[in-house]
Write a protein that binds this ligand. Structure first.
Ligand SMILES: [Zn+2]
Length: 355
């Protein structure tokens, strides 16, 4: 579990006190960011803030997560050589997952410093499933779990990037409705271990979003703090369960499938949370929950709810649904384990008014 969670406007100014709480002396930090908006924040804001206290900072920006996978050993070597004692992931999923992965691999602590609220990777101990698979195939190692030592979420920084991330955050959180249903189903049907506590925490995150969607949709600091509360709750649910089970079910499998197809076919997938939102509508129908309410919640924050708004061709959505129950053998869901034909996938997507 994270030891310190600091959220609020300009909270980044407290970064030195976080080092103190964590008893990290002679700070030498590795800042990891993306290479556009988050790079600016890392260099213009965070680096200055850390250097103010005579700490040393090394910066590394990544294009995509493959960068870290491909350079894992070099980077770990650099961390050792330069005597880095704390990693800080600045940005969204990619930067924070990179910091998480590197921190785990080189056995160093890391701080999560999110600049958006687009998914619960900012607080969870797990990395993206696709990346963990790449790690497995390239180095034959299994990523364990690694929680951030601290989360510093500066709402001012997040508000600046809000228009890109708010709708995705809502999608990733609403996904917990079907994820928990899938978990419970697998518990009852296959005897998978189930934690009522972790399940309730994940569900609470989805409920917080549904209940406060009107306030969230105003794009204010209040929106950010509600989303952060829910995202952090979901990350902790994952830590309690010791797996991403409470936060990731069939709707996530659908999103992962779209990512796989996008890479193969050479198109740009939508954000993780956006795709999960669409997945939740589909799986909501299968689970017999109020899927229209889920769709309304997504629409309140202008999240795409169909193929056209998503900008992904119907044929890829159909394909994604046919492979979603095959990509992850260890995760049984409402999609079952028998073949889903393109015909059935198409019918279901039409029923959900997605195509
Ligand atoms: Zn997710």
């Amino acid at each position: 579990m994270p030891r310190y969670v600091l959220t609020g406007p300009n909270i980044v100014k407290k970064i030195d006190s976080v080092f103190n709480y964590l008893k990290i002396r002679n700070v030498k930090a590795l800042l990891i960011s993306g290479n556009s908006y988050t790079k600016e924040i890392a260099l213009d804001v965070i680096k200055n803030e850390v250097e103010k206290y005579n700490h040393e900072v090394v910066h590394y920006s990544i294009e995509n997560l493959n960068d870290v996978i491909n350079n894992l050993q070099d980077l770990a070597h650099k961390i050792k050589e330069e005597k880095i004692n704390i990693l800080i992931g600045v940005g969204g999923g990619k930067s924070i997952d990179s910091a998480k992965l590197l921190a785990w691999y080189s056995n160093k602590p890391y701080i999560s410093l999110p600049t958006n609220v687009s998914h619960d990777g900012i607080s969870s101990p797990s990395i993206s499933y696709i990346i963990s698979q790449k790690l497995k195939s390239k180095y034959d190692i299994d990523f364990g779990l690694k929680s951030p030592l601290a989360i510093i979420a500066d709402t001012n920084l997040i508000i600046k990037g809000l228009k890109y991330s708010l709708a995705a955050g809502v999608g990733d959180l609403i996904a917990k409705f079907t994820a928990v249903k899938d978990w419970r189903l697998t518990h009852l049907l296959k005897g998978e271990e189930y934690s009522e506590y972790a399940a309730s925490m994940a569900l609470m995150s989805a409920r917080i979003v549904e209940k406060n969607i009107e306030v969230i949709s105003k794009y204010t600091e209040k929106s950010v703090s509600i989303l952060l509360k829910a995202l952090i709750g979901s990350g902790i649910a994952i830590a309690v369960a010791g797996s991403s089970r409470p936060a990731s079910g069939s709707e996530h499998l659908f999103s992962h499938s779209l990512d796989i197809i996008a890479e193969k076919e050479g198109f740009e997938p939508a954000q993780h949370g956006i795709q999960c939102g669409i997945g939740t509508i589909i799986m909501g129908i299968l689970h017999g929950i109020k899927w229209k309410k889920i769709r309304n919640t997504l629409q309140m924050v202008k999240a795409p709810v169909n193929s056209k708004e998503l900008g992904i061709d119907a044929k890829y959505l159909i394909k994604a649904l046919t492979i979603a129950n095959k990509i992850r053998k260890d995760r049984y869901t409402i999609l079952g384990d028998t073949e889903i034909t393109p015909n059935i996938a198409e019918k279901l997507l039409k029923m959900a008014e997605i195509i």
